[in-house]
Design a protein around this ligand. Structure first.
Ligand code: AMP
Length: 381
């Protein structure tokens, strides 16, 4: 059933999930002459607007997923929480990359942490939380502050609560609402880094440059490429991300989020088995984008050159920017060194990722100044 030859331009790629990651993937794929089908529960989504065919169905609709699978040559995804039954039904008919096993590991914090620590990759100390009593003993062992996260369906800081002292335990436990949790020791990081790494069906492993990330309200705000870190740390981060991709047996693209400690040590925060927000700059600033790399990896083509052509910075555009009306696009367009990316979302909600800006300059710091100036210029008074 699973064919081994490359999927060449002209063939059809299926993408599970119809958000901005799928949209940028579809743009990269169509540029190389592939046809794209996107499956998502919501009509006229960011990926569907760009795909050849938009399939609209709930992720639980296994019958539609089967018909979708029959219409394409290979499937990848941009949304990792597709139900297991749907994924299995698709994988019976057509190759799915990354494999459902990789997904099983990466979409569950406990599976992921056990995979990482079991293979000697550095992570913050953690405890499995199954009851209030295990949270009490976990907080006693890991100390405060510590962070309680839901094992599943958490992203952008959703499903996560900080425990500052033992008296916070009942409130924090209540927020789990009976779900399985993971308690993590608080990491006093000096900065957050990420590495996007690709591994192809042919086993080739290629990381992109290390990126430095700043968050606001737990959501990625700004990324700087390259990260301002010593060469030794850079080499260690690239090596770590590549080793994780290899150990996972990944086929596709993996976002590896890292904490950089003041003593130079790096810890893995989490893995995302798909293109990552902190890699959006690659679309403008690298020889090959993370989306084209995902395409090459899952199609069994040789990977592209990830070289950063120019230092760059990316700033997210959240729905909050729309609070006084449509942002002033012509003001951002007046920055000739800034690229505007919008995802085609019609409803701007606070915290919703609507688009991003990328600036390129002589250094990542100057690019960050430019991108932030362009973003400020968008704000309608
Ligand atoms: P996550 O959804 O796990 O990536 O967490 C979102 C953000 O919360 C991270 O990017 C960090 O800024 C912060 N965070 C998460 N876990 C920890 C931790 N164990 N120690 C310190 N900060 C954390």
């Amino acid at each position: 059933m699973i064919s081994s030859g490359p999927v060449l331009p002209g063939r059809t790629i299926g993408i599970l999930g119809g958000g901005q990651l799928g949209r940028m993937f579809a743009i990269a794929a169509r540029r190389m002459g592939y046809r794209v089908h996107a499956l998502d529960p919501v009509q006229d989504g960011p990926a569907g607007q760009v795909a050849d065919v938009e399939w609209v169905a709930p992720y639980e609709d296994v019958d539609t997923a089967r018909r979708f699978a029959a219409a394409v040559d290979v499937v990848t995804f941009e949304f990792e929480n597709v139900p297991t039954e749907t994924l299995s039904a698709v994988a019976e008919r057509v190759p799915v990359y990354p494999s459902p096993e990789v997904l099983h590991t990466c979409r569950h914090r406990l599976h992921e942490k056990r995979f990482l620590s079991g293979n000697g990759f550095p992570v913050a100390d953690f405890e499995e939380i199954t009851s209030e009593a295990t949270l009490v003993s976990g907080v006693a062992r890991l100390g405060t502050p510590s962070i309680l996260k839901t094992a599943e369906l958490g992203y952008d800081g959703k499903g996560q609560v900080r425990i500052n002292d033992a008296s916070d335990v009942p409130r924090a436990y209540a927020e789990l609402r009976g779900r399985l949790g993971v308690l993590e020791a608080f990491v006093p990081f000096s900065c957050e880094l990420s590495v996007i790494v690709a591994r192809s069906r042919l086993g080739e492993v290629v990381p992109f440059e290390v990126v430095e990330n700043r968050h606001s309200r737990h959501i990625l705000d700004v990324s700087l490429a390259p990260a301002r870190i010593p060469p030794k740390t850079r080499a260690a981060a690239l090596e770590l991300a590549s080793a994780i991709a290899e150990k996972l047996g990944l086929v596709g693209v993996l976002g590896v989020e890292l904490f950089h400690l003041p003593n130079g040590e790096i810890l893995v925060n989490e893995l995302a088995p798909r293109p990552h927000n902190s890699g959006h700059y690659t679309f403008d600033a690298c020889m090959t984008s993370q989306f084209e790399q995902q395409l090459r990896a899952v199609c069994g083509l040789p990977l592209g050159d990830p070289t950063l052509l120019r230092p760059a910075a990316m700033a997210n555009l959240l729905g909050d920017l729309w609070q006084n009306g449509e942002p002033l696009w012509e003001k951002a367009a007046a920055f000739p060194d800034v690229k505007i990316h919008l995802y085609g979302k019609t409803e701007a909600r606070p915290g919703r990722k609507m688009g991003h800006l990328v600036a390129m300059a002589e250094t990542a710091e100057i690019a960050a100044e430019r991108v932030l100036a362009a973003r400020s210029a968008l704000v309608r008074p």
